[in-house]
Design a binder for this molecule. Structure first.
Ligand SMILES: O=C1O[C@H](COP(=O)(O)O)[C@@H](O)[C@H](O)[C@H]1O
Length: 228
C-alpha cells in the first residue's frame, strides 16, 4: 500500500512522461545488466504511450518486450495485444527490440500454457518494469472478476507464471501472467485514464476487485499514473 500517484492534465502528457520514464528504466538496466525487459499491457489506454516510447533513443536490440496478458486470437487479429504492441511500438529503431508474445499456435489457451510459461521463464527477470492497465470492472492483467480460476491466478504462493482463463465480463479466452509473475518486477506501473477508472480504483479494495491484489501487496513498488 502507500502507492505513489503521478497525475497529469492530459493523456498525451501522461503518455510522453511515462514513455520517458520507462526509457530511463530500460537504459539503467542495459547499463548495469546488459539487457532490459519490459512487460506491457494491451487494451486501448497504452496506445499513445507505445507511440511515445517508440520515439525514445535506446539501445533497442538490448530490449525485450513482453505482454502481461493476451487474448486468444491470432496475432494479426484486431483484438490481439501483440498486434497492438507491434503496430504502435515495434516501429523504426524500436523494431530491433525482441518481442516475446503469449499467444502460441495451440488451438486452446489451456494447451498453450506450457509454451507461454517457458517463454516467460526464459526472460531475464525481474522485469525492468511492468505496466498494468485496468478495466472498468476492476480487472487488471486478465484477472477478471468472477473468472472460475481467479484464485489460481491470484495465488501468491503459486508456482505458475502464466495461466489460461475465461473472462465472464469480457470477450476472448485469455492467457495471463499470474500474480507472482507480475510481482517479479523491479516496479509495477498502473496506467489508467478517466475519472471513472479513478473511482473504480478507489473502491477496489472495499469491493474486492482483482486489481486490489497489486494494491494490497508491499513487496513490489507500485505507482499509479493517471490523467482525466
Ligand atoms: O482486456 C484488457 O483490458 C485491460 C484494460 O484495457 P483498456 O482498453 O481499458 O485500456 C488491459 O490492461 C489488458 O491488457 C487487456 O487485455
Amino acid at each position: 500500500m502507500g502507492q505513489q500517484w503521478h497525475n497529469f492534465d492530459s493523456r498525451d502528457g501522461l503518455a510522453a512522461a511515462l514513455a520517458q520514464y520507462l526509457a530511463a528504466r530500460l537504459r539503467a538496466d542495459i547499463e548495469t545488466r546488459g539487457a532490459a525487459c519490459l512487460a506491457l499491457s494491451g487494451g486501448s489506454t497504452p496506445v499513445p504511450m507505445f507511440q511515445a516510447l517508440a520515439q525514445q533513443v535506446l539501445d533497442w536490440p538490448a530490449v525485450s518486450l513482453t505482454l502481461v496478458d493476451e487474448r486468444w486470437v491470432d496475432t494479426d487479429h484486431p483484438d490481439s495485444n501483440e498486434r497492438l504492441l507491434r503496430e504502435h511500438l515495434h516501429l523504426g529503431p524500436a523494431a530491433a527490440a525482441r518481442v516475446i508474445g503469449l499467444k502460441t499456435p495451440h488451438q486452446r489457451a489451456i494447451e498453450g500454457e506450457g509454451e507461454a510459461s517457458a517463454r516467460i521463464a526464459a526472460l531475464a527477470r525481474p522485469f525492468s518494469a511492468l505496466v498494468l492497465g485496468m478495466g472498468g470492472d476492476g480487472h487488471t492483467a486478465s484477472w477478471f472478476p468472477q473468472a472460475a480460476n481467479l484464485p489460481r491466478l491470484l495465488d501468491r504462493a503459486g508456482t505458475d507464471l502464466v495461466a489460461a482463463t475465461e473472462p465472464v465480463t469480457a470477450p476472448h479466452t485469455r492467457m495471463t501472467l499470474t500474480l507472482p509473475a507480475v510481482l517479479n518486477s523491479a516496479e509495477i506501473i498502473l496506467h489508467i485514464t478517466g475519472e471513472d477508472k479513478k473511482a473504480v480504483l478507489g473502491n477496489a479494495i472495499a469491493r474486492g476487485y482483482p486489481v486490489a491484489a497489486v494494491l494490497r501487496q508491499s513487496t513490489t513498488p507500485l505507482s499509479i499514473w493517471w490523467a482525466p
